[in-house]
Structure formats: structure tokens, C-alpha cells
Design a protein around this ligand. Sequence first.
Ligand code: ATP
Ligand code: PRP
Length: 213
Amino acid sequence: MTSPMTFAVPKGRILDEALPLMARAGVVPEAGFHDKRDRRLAFACEDPGYRVIRVRAFDVATFVAHGAAQAGIVGSDVIEEFDYSDLYAPVDLQIGHCRLSVAEPVPGAALPRVASHIRVATKYPNTTRRYFEAHGVQAECVKLNGAMEIAPELGLASRIVDLVSSGQTLKDNGLAETARIMDVTARLIVNRAALKTDARVAALVERFRELVA
Ligand SMILES: Nc1ncnc2c1ncn2[C@@H]1O[C@H](COP(=O)(O)OP(=O)(O)OP(=O)(O)O)[C@@H](O)[C@H]1O
Ligand SMILES: O=P(O)(O)OC[C@H]1O[C@H](OP(=O)(O)OP(=O)(O)O)[C@H](O)[C@@H]1O
């Protein structure tokens, strides 16, 4: 018997929006998936042809890029940060809308006026370096995994690069958005080799494509 296709999803905020779409595409995890006390990471699906794994957003991309999972859902922020060549993101799912932005304590410092070298706290060091480089600025990145917003006040960095949706988190921490690096939405991702060799992966891509068309 062929083993089930492994579908990776992030465990946090994207999931609520992703689950209805997955269901319409035929990927419905067993009941235990919704039970917060259930500590398993892999779940069978109503259709035995699938298995869903629940991992951190950045790790969704890693599992799929290495072929440990054949498909998954992840934000375009994560895809951009890793830039994995084995990852293909064929469908914009039009969920998880937010943006990746630069923010700092004092409003108004537009990019052309920044110093030639700055320190930035972020979970996205590669994207951040690329962005500032394109603007002729060398960014020294301090990698944080969350709560970036506190870094400027404590002198860890002069700016942050983080996701913004309502802007409330920035506001509550005395920061202002000074530049938008990219608009972000969640994407269906697949492993390129799996797409070529496993007809189930191509069929799944088609189903998601039709859903958002
Ligand atoms: N404020 C926001 N509004 C909308 N989408 C967001 C927001 N913050 C993050 N996202 C999207 O959600 C993704 C994170 O997904 P999710 O919270 O499900 O993952 P996670 O595994 O819990 O993350 P973490 O690794 O931070 O614990 C981000 O990569 C981004 O695409
Ligand atoms: O503009 P807002 O609507 O306030 O949203 C922005 C916040 O959302 C994300 O964090 P999340 O809530 O996912 O938690 P995290 O800090 O654990 O990443 C992001 O890192 C910001 O902190």
C-alpha cells in the first residue's frame, strides 16, 4: 500500500483560516487534531491518503523543502526568508493577509536618510539584509524569535522588521511603521521532486487552484 501523503500546517494563527480550505480540498484531519490536550504532531485524515503534521511555521517550509512532507501551507514571508530551491509555491490561498515592515521608535525616518550601517532586530534576517542592501544600507541583524517590538526600547537595535496586520502591536509598543518590505499571504507549497514523481501532489495542487480561482 502507498503511504499517505504528508501535509504540513503551522500550528498557530493561519490554521483557523486554512482548515476550511483544506477540507474543501479533501484534507480533513481526525478529531484529535482539534484537541489542545492532544500532544501528537501527526494526525490521520478522514481520507487515509493523507496525514497532517502540525509544526512551527518556519519548519513547515523545511519539512516540505526536504521532501519529509510533500505539501503544506505557509506564509509567503517564510518562503521569502528561506528561498529554498526545492520548494514550489503554486497557489496563493488568499488567507493570512499581513505585511512585513520596518518599524522604529520615531516616525519619519524614510530609507534614503538612514545611516549606511544599522542594527535591526528580526525573525527574518535574510529578507531584511536583502531589503536594506537593495537600498544601499548594510543591516546587521539580531535574530529574535518573537517580541521584536521591545528591542528598540532596550537598545538592542534601532529598528525592527516584523509582520504587521492591524498595527496594534506596533502602536502599543511605541513604534511606527516606516517602510513596507512585502505584502504577505499564505501559499500552498509542495516539494518540487514530489510534484514531478507523485501524481497525487499534482492533483492536490489542481484542487487548491480551483478553490481559489
Ligand atoms: N498579525 C498577523 N496577521 C495575519 N497573519 C499573520 C500575522 N502574523 C503572522 N501571520 C502569518 O501567520 C504566519 C505564522 O503562522 P502561525 O501563527 O500559524 O505559525 P506558528 O507556527 O504558530 O508561528 P511561530 O513559529 O511564530 O510560533 C506568519 O508566517 C504569517 O504568514
Ligand atoms: O499588527 P498586529 O495586528 O498587531 O499583528 C502583528 C503581530 O502579529 C504577529 O505576532 P503573533 O501574534 O503571531 O505572535 P508572535 O509574537 O508569537 O509571533 C507579529 O509578529 C506581530 O507581533
